[in-house]
Write a protein that binds this ligand. Structure first.
Ligand code: CU
Length: 291
């Protein structure tokens, strides 16, 4: 068997693979940089409507990562089909050439994954910095309490004094209101176990950890009602830890606060430790409880 003809294939194979890799990165970069965001669900293949100023960053990272993955997939599938076809067994006695070392290919195997990780790392880090940016210049402050098994919102004024609170119970999913286009700072706390505050349309999720103050800032940009949930398995009724956030006009928001005060919900509720927001369990469970 001749050794000269298979050996000629090496440089060509390497060139092909490198060429493919370069196009892949161009595609990946285009995918990550493209798109300025904006509401509209159909545009994002079933992803939630982008309803906060942070949504664009996370959404573009997500879509960009999929574009890059697809590009890698197309390259790999293409190379596989090419290898199947070009190197298929041509006769019964055809034995593949046995290769030991190929330095250029091995360098490529090492460098390309590092490059891929580098690109992913760069976009992840810049996205994270943008999403977590906290300037403490918020117009609305909400102390959120996640407790077994619902949520409490304490609305705080500019002087740090609690104005009013609203709460849910396991039987009653709460609907909290926030004003549109105003920067909100959420301070998260828990009196019991770890929960996680998640509003998919805000493209933001943060753990609520007892004894630790986690906070984040974002601006709701679209009026409407958006579903929220606990995203950390926290116990038996974790699945009941639902809430809604209704993003409304400034006037409607003020009317909501006045209404809460009128109902006697002024001041602060700490959820699970004080007042009405004490955790509740369904009546039938209470009767049959053995513990
Ligand atoms: Cu929970």
């Amino acid at each position: 068997m001749s050794h000269s003809s298979p050996r000629r294939l090496h440089p060509r194979g390497v060139r092909l693979a490198l060429g493919g890799t370069v196009s892949l990165f161009l595609l990946a970069l285009a995918g990550c940089a493209g798109g300025t965001g904006g509401p509209g669900q159909g545009r994002y293949l079933g992803l939630p409507e982008r309803a906060s100023d942070r949504a664009e960053y996370i959404g573009d990272l997500w879509v960009g990562a999929w574009v890059a993955s697809l590009a890698i997939g197309v390259l790999v599938w293409g190379l596989m089909i090419w290898a199947f076809t070009a190197y298929r067994r041509k006769s019964k006695n055809d034995v593949p050439r046995q290769t030991t070392y190929n330095l250029p290919l091995e360098i490529m195997y090492t460098l390309v994954p590092f490059l891929i990780i580098g690109v992913l790392f760069y976009y992840t880090l810049t996205t994270q910095n943008r999403v977590l940016a906290a300037d403490n210049d918020q117009e609305v402050t909400v102390d959120v309490v996640g407790q077994k098994w619902s949520w409490t919102f304490n609305y705080i004024d500019e002087n740090g004094e609690p104005v009013a609170y609203d709460y849910g119970t396991i039987e009653q999913t709460p609907t909290f209101k926030l004003p549109v286009d105003q920067k909100v700072k959420f301070n998260l706390s828990s009196p019991d176990v770890i929960h996680s505050f998640w509003v998919p349309s805000f493209y933001f999720k943060l753990d609520v950890i007892p004894g630790r103050h986690n906070s984040f800032e974002l601006t709701p940009t679209t009026e409407g009602t958006f579903a929220g949930k606990c995203a950390e398995l926290c116990g038996t009724y974790h699945s009941a830890m639902l809430f809604n956030i209704e993003v409304v006009s400034e006037a409607e928001y003020q009317a909501y606060l006045d209404e809460l005060i009128e109902r006697g919900q002024s001041g602060r509720a700490m959820g699970g430790t004080v007042g009405v927001a004490t955790p509740t369990i369904p009546a039938e469970e209470e009767e049959g409880a053995t513990e």
